[in-house]
Design a protein around this ligand. Sequence first.
Ligand code: C2E
Ligand code: CA
Ligand code: CA
Ligand code: CA
Length: 279
Amino acid sequence: SKADKKGLFRFYNDELYQRIRSKLDAEEELAHAIASRQFEVHYQPRADTRSGEIRGFEALVRWMHPVRGMILPSHFIAMAESTGSIVALGSLVMQSVFEQLAQWRDAGETLVPVSINISPSQLDAGGVDHQIQSLLEQYDMQPELIEVELTESVMMSEAESIVEQIANIRKMGVKLHLDDFGTGYSSLSRLQEIDMQVIKIDRAFVSRLGTSNQADVLVKTIVLMAKELHMEIIAEGVETPLQLDALRHLECNEVQGYLIARPVSPKEATALLRQRFLL
Ligand code: C2E
Ligand code: CA
Ligand code: CA
Ligand code: CA
């Protein structure tokens, strides 16, 4: 009838419907991109605060879209998490990191550890510990070369399966980094319980260093606490010589950020590895 058609017409023009439609399209596109491996892992180095010597890389995933070019994680990680495709994406990333380390090893490069970001939803899905274990075996990789970055919310989780995966990963000899420290809520006793080795101070604090006394005091306190707990400490998002200076004064072990180097392609990462001193 005429009324039905009108209703249908309205339905198809409905903004909500369009939004749902384009969301489904985006999800489908992401799933397809994962299946066809349109992703590359880029590497951002971290360096010794004093000597500038390279100490490791962080693996950061990029979507190399055939039409739109390189897409950063902020545009797709949340969707990958909500749809569950983060599990397949995470596997690609891990595989790619092991592949890269094996390549560097075979080429006789001096190796540094690579840290991999793991989302809460990857641990929720389970099996992350087994995945890492089997990759270590498959590539005959020293566990010291693989590190895992987890956020505070994961660290604070009391879900049995998550606690168990984290403990298993730790037992393999893989270091655990507490990512984005200061942005969540963690109890210090819990930090010690789970045997974290590295704290990464979030960029939000680092960016205010040298300009706000409060930020200076906060970072100083975090550094002292980390020392007291025998943890290493990395400052993230270091962009200016002023910030670097402040971090040297505070005896923060390592620095990461655009001042040292941006995340780079595997090829450029090889060049940084050979350069060795980055400051
Ligand atoms: P994150 O783990 O906190 O990574 C640091 C982010 O800060 C990266 O953004 C990096 O490029 C950026 N960054 C580094 N130095 C500076 C600096 O000096 N200034 C500024 N403004 N930014 C800096 P990116 O690569 O866009 O990644 C964003 C987030 O996406 C990451 O935050 C991480 O939570 C997530 N992510 C990236 N790769 C993966 C992955 O393979 N798996 C999972 N689960 N998450 C990932
Ligand atoms: Ca990270
Ligand atoms: Ca971070
Ligand atoms: Ca973050």
